[in-house]
Design a protein around this ligand. Structure first.
Ligand code: AMP
Length: 360
């Protein structure tokens, strides 16, 4: 009788031992929900915390900086790589969205090695890379606003700004994040300020649905000239890349006015509009072989909690300055020109923002 008991105890010890050690040796990749849940439950019993970074892959320094933050605050970092179809409208760039699985895994392994050298740092423990059938088990996902399916909607927040230009976007984001949070059950979730409206939507969802996780926001990683890093930047090519920096310059010009003490919408936004309009005019005047035409979708000055447009900034509360531009397809590409992935035919939408911090 004593032997089986002893054996069970031994097996239990082995399980515990193997979970912590396997997790430290290799990054686990999960494609299904059940094995991930089993693994996650084993971590739960041993005082380990999970910081979760949802991504659509095509990883860059912006993603990696969120993972570093997650590793500094948790023992285990889980990363999801999933291009979520329901956040793309019917005519958007779902099919052409960059997919770089091998490079992504290499970047995660390199980051994990780097984290291993830091005392007390968490590690990249798991990648969740599900198929669409796993994430949407009942119905094929719909990108129609009236389409069937189980969705999370956050209104009116999800219909403003980015949501006005992309009506299904935040429904798709909130829905997939709800699913991912339910699967991973992270102590903390990490989002980039680069997508500021997304951070407001996720915070609201976590609050309103009483989700048991803490939302953490990481700063925007930028190129040296100010262009915010984005997976879509690979489509720009040199000519459009140079002009694309106009958005961050326009927002900076507006921020400067706020820091100089201006508080009205007109006083803060006029320099941003001037910077973008003069760039548009400059490009329109160039010959098609030299120019990169750009359209402004919006430049916004909004309340930090509701994202509603405001006329005056309450300095005690601050505000969100944000904008979106569209880099139009390249005209008359030249022999040997760097036109970016896709040869310059894909229009590229760029977004950016600056938080106007409260001033007491
Ligand atoms: P995505 O793969 O584009 O869905 O982005 C995954 C996460 O990375 C989101 O939380 C983004 O806000 C964040 N992210 C994207 N670009 C940047 C950036 N330049 N700096 C910091 N975080 C970013």
């Amino acid at each position: 009788m004593a032997f089986p008991l002893f054996r069970n105890f031994h097996v239990a010890l082995q399980c515990r031992y193997s979970t912590s050690n396997i997790a430290r040796r290799a990054i686990h990749t999960f494609r299904e929900v059940r094995p991930l849940r089993t693994f996650r439950k084993e971590l739960q019993g041993s005082q380990r915390t999970v910081g979760f970074v949802p991504t659509m892959g095509a990883l860059h320094e912006g993603h990696l900086s969120l993972m570093r933050q997650a590793a500094a605050e948790n023992t285990d970092v889980f990363v999801s790589i999933y291009v979520n179809p329901t956040q793309f409208g019917v005519n958007e760039d779902l099919d052409s969205y960059p997919k770089t699985w091998n490079e992504d895994v290499e970047k995660l392994q390199a980051l994990d090695k780097e984290l291993a050298t830091r005392t007390g740092s968490g590690r990249i423990t798991a990648i969740f890379a599900p198929t669409t059938k796993v994430i949407y088990p009942t119905l094929p996902p719909s990108s129609e606003i009236t389409g069937p399916g189980s969705f999370v909607t956050i209104t009116p927040l999800g219909s403003l700004l980015e949501g006005a230009s992309r009506p299904v976007f935040f429904r798709g984001v909130a829905t997939v994040c709800m699913k991912l949070f339910n699967i991973v059950m992270p102590e903390r979730v990490y989002f980039g300020q680069k997508d500021v409206q997304q951070t407001v939507v996720i915070r609201r969802m976590v609050k309103d649905f009483h989700l048991d996780t803490e939302v953490k926001i990481g700063h925007t990683e930028r190129e040296a000239d100010g262009l915010a890093l984005s997976s879509r930047n690979v489509y720009l090519g040199a000519r459009r890349r140079e002009v694309g920096v106009v958005l961050s310059r326009a927002l900076k010009a507006a921020e400067k006015k706020y820091l100089q003490g201006k508080r009205t919408r007109a006083d803060i936004l006029w320099p941003a509009n001037e910077v973008s309009t003069s760039k548009m005019m400059e490009q329109d005047d160039l010959p098609p072989s030299k120019r990169a035409r750009v359209e402004v979708d919006y430049i916004s000055l909004a309340d930090p909690d509701t994202m509603e447009e405001i006329k005056v900034v309450d300095a005690a509360k601050g505000a969100i300055l944000s904008g979106a531009i569209k880099m139009l397809p390249l005209e008359e590409p030249q022999e040997g020109e760097d036109c970016g992935l896709g040869g310059g035919v894909v229009p590229v939408r760029l977004i950016d923002n600056i938080i106007l911090q409260p001033i007491n």
